[in-house]
Design a protein around this ligand. Structure first.
Ligand SMILES: [Zn+2]
Ligand SMILES: [Zn+2]
Length: 155
């Protein structure tokens, strides 16, 4: 599953050296956080990110100051970290073998399990292949609950 979405991502973004979804997620996160961005291919070279709003395809345009290469990352909707209760819901769906989709745009999520096999306590990292929204979850999946807490902020 991760392999297929990875290829889909590579095709649509055409990011050449930046094909890795982890890199893209961190890059977009740093962009929204206003942090300096660096090119993956040219060590130390800054990447300039520009937010571009269009009628149908809001995106961030990235351009390397050294190599001049550029690529666009779609951002409608914009990247967001999922709420903890939403994330726990994803774990429940995963346990039931249900479809695990992004809350923001309904695209597939790449799921990385960062835990050693045989360990009850698992660590998951979810990343949307389209808007790069993400969440980290740690715990015992068997104890994950889908109950929505009564007082949550709306997304
Ligand atoms: Zn570069
Ligand atoms: Zn999404």
């Amino acid at each position: 599953m991760a392999q297929i979405t990875f290829l889909a991502l590579r095709r649509s973004y055409n990011p050449s050296s930046m094909a890795d979804i982890d890199q893209l997620r961190e890059l977009v996160r740093d962009f929204w956080a206003g942090k300096p961005l660096f090119c993956a291919r040219h060590p130390g070279a800054q990447l300039h990110g520009t937010w571009i709003e269009t009628t149908y395809a809001d995106h961030i345009h990235f351009e390397c100051e050294k190599g001049g290469e550029s690529f666009a990352v779609p951002q409608r909707p914009k990247q967001q970290e999922f709420d903890p209760w939403q994330t726990e819901g994803l774990v429940v769906f995963l346990e039931r073998n249900d479809n695990v989709l992004c809350y923001r745009c309904q695209s597939s999520l790449v799921i990385e399990n960062k835990t050693a096999p045989g360990n009850d306590r698992q660590e998951f990292l979810f990343t949307c292949v389209r808007c790069l929204s993400w969440a980290r979850w740690e715990g015992n999946p068997a104890e994950a609950s889908i109950e929505t807490p009564t007082n949550t902020r709306s997304a």
